[in-house]
Write a protein that binds this ligand. Structure first.
Ligand SMILES: NC(=O)c1ccc[n+]([C@@H]2O[C@H](COP(=O)([O-])OP(=O)(O)OC[C@H]3O[C@@H](n4cnc5c(N)ncnc54)[C@H](OP(=O)(O)O)[C@@H]3O)[C@@H](O)[C@H]2O)c1
Length: 313
């Protein structure tokens, strides 16, 4: 097969040995695979994948068709359309995917959307609901709302009955965020639109400091991204006075079981809304796998709405 391969700070589409599916794995013929910030960090040598995943093959999510199944697989059959959360190597012609990290693709969902769904919707759902305890009527701030995780989080929070403030530095993307049901603001407007019951921090330290100052009593702040910086001076008194919780997490380095639970929650709570087209995966652009270097450069340039997706054929 061919796969996206990292070499000397670049990515290219090159031959690699076919993956070997274990007894609990699906062998998936990949149709589409989303690009994530972690892929670019891995390309730069900063984000090695967990043990057992090739260090030079990026990709955290994909969609495709099941070609074969291991003898212990119970949930899927050859021919099924699936999408999967992976720890790496999702940007390839074939992937071996643990069946518990795979989800069926709703009929109404395209392969491109499905290939860009698992990482960002699993991350956003886990952060907002499991960690942030989001409830109907909550006031939510999504900081860095125009990116892949951001547009997922905005839609999930709106669908759950929250009031959603979507912070994005470029006003060009505000109409689209309003179209998803949020109130778009620039980062400097964040203090004036609080207090927030839940903050999903996708930008990092600079915007986190502002958000914490606007946290509501018993508010929950969940840090998922630190692209703009990971160090800040924090007045703990702010958290104490508001009885607030500050937490942070990554998804990729969790155990097989932990990730399987996240995937099952998304399958149960989110896929029905995808099937009804209440939730969508905004895709800024697609690139054939052979143009992966150009696609990564486009991701690095920012100023996009939602996802960039690599496609087969
Ligand atoms: N913890 C986890 O498990 C996990 C999982 C997935 C993603 N992440 C991280 O979460 C973050 C968001 O992921 P993503 O897929 O949504 O990335 P993305 O598609 O690149 O989106 C990032 C968004 O943040 C905005 N942004 C970046 N720097 C900014 C700054 N200094 N001020 C204001 N806005 C800024 C970008 O705006 P512009 O377009 O204007 O640049 C963009 O809209 C990334 O850091 C990613 O690595 C973490």
């Amino acid at each position: 097969m061919n796969a996206v391969v990292i070499s000397q700070g670049r990515v290219s589409w090159e031959p690699r040995p076919d993956p070997v599916a274990g007894p609990h794995d699906l062998l998936v013929r990949i149709q589409a695979a989303g690009i994530n910030g972690a892929d670019l960090m891995q390309r730069a040598g900063h984000y090695p994948p967990p043990a057992g995943t090739p260090a030079d093959q990026p990709g955290l999510e994909c969609s495709g068709v099941v070609e074969a199944v291991g003898d212990q697989v119970r949930s899927f059959r050859p021919g099924d359309r699936v999408m999967a959360l992976m720890a790496g190597a999702a940007q390839a012609e074939l992937a071996a995917v643990h069946e518990r990290h795979a989800m069926p693709v709703p009929e109404a969902m395209s392969a491109v959307e499905a290939g860009a769904f698992p990482e960002v919707f699993c991350t956003a759902h886990d952060a907002l609901f499991t960690q942030g305890g989001l409830a109907m009527g909550d006031r939510v701030l999504v900081s860095g709302a125009a990116g892949g995780v951001g547009v997922a989080a905005v839609q999930l929070a709106v669908a759950a009955g929250a009031t959603v403030i979507a912070s994005a530095r470029s006003r060009d993307r505000h109409p689209a965020l309003a179209g998803l049901g949020a109130t778009p603001v620039t980062p400097d407007q964040v203090p004036a639109t609080g207090p927030y019951d839940v903050v999903l921090e996708l930008v990092g330290a600079p915007s986190l400091a502002t958000a914490i100052e606007a946290i509501a009593p018993w508010g929950r702040v969940v840090v998922i991204g630190t692209g703009a910086g990971s160090h800040l001076e924090l007045d703990l008194g702010l958290l104490m006075r508001s009885r607030a919780t500050l937490r942070a997490s990554t998804l990729r380095n969790r155990s097989l079981e932990e990730k399987a639970v996240v995937v099952r929650r998304v399958e149960h709570h989110v896929l029905p809304l995808v099937a009804r087209r209440v939730l969508r995966v905004p895709v800024e652009a697609t690139y054939p796998f052979s143009q992966v270097q150009a696609a990564y450069e486009r991701f690095a340039a920012g100023a996009k709405l939602g996802k960039l997706v690599l496609t087969a054929g």
